[in-house]
Write a protein that binds this ligand. Structure first.
Ligand code: FES
Length: 110
């Protein structure tokens, strides 16, 4: 099974989790107790699933659609490779995908 590597915001911790093909990265993170909320459950209405994609992986993920880009504009601590990971669907090609958690997230619903 493909795997995803999550790295804590300060880089001090790392978690490698199993990532079923077809699942959203946000669902996979929540299921594995990664510190992420996914408040809107993947509806592009919050930004609590913000992750920063490792630069080596950024080009391998389909580009964000306009709605995701609009939401990303509101993210706290936006980086060049920031994404909302409910929009990243796991494929075999993403085995080893490496994502860093942001320092803080802003819950626009809360
Ligand atoms: S879970 Fe709300 S935008 Fe991803």
């Amino acid at each position: 099974m493909p795997r995803i590597i999550f790295i804590s915001a300060d880089g001090s911790q790392q978690w490698e989790v199993e990532a079923p093909v077809g699942g959203s990265v946000m669902d996979i993170a929540v299921r594995n107790d990664i510190d992420m909320e996914g408040t809107c459950e993947g509806n592009l209405a919050c930004s609590t699933c913000h992750v920063i994609v490792d630069p080596d992986w950024n080009g391998k993920i389909p580009a964000p659609v306009e709605d995701e880009q609009d939401m990303l504009d509101l993210v706290f601590g936006l980086k060049r490779t920031s994404r909302l990971c409910c929009q990243i669907i796991m494929t075999p090609a993403l085995d080893g995908l490496t994502l860093r958690l942001p320092e803080a997230s802003r819950n626009l619903l809360g």
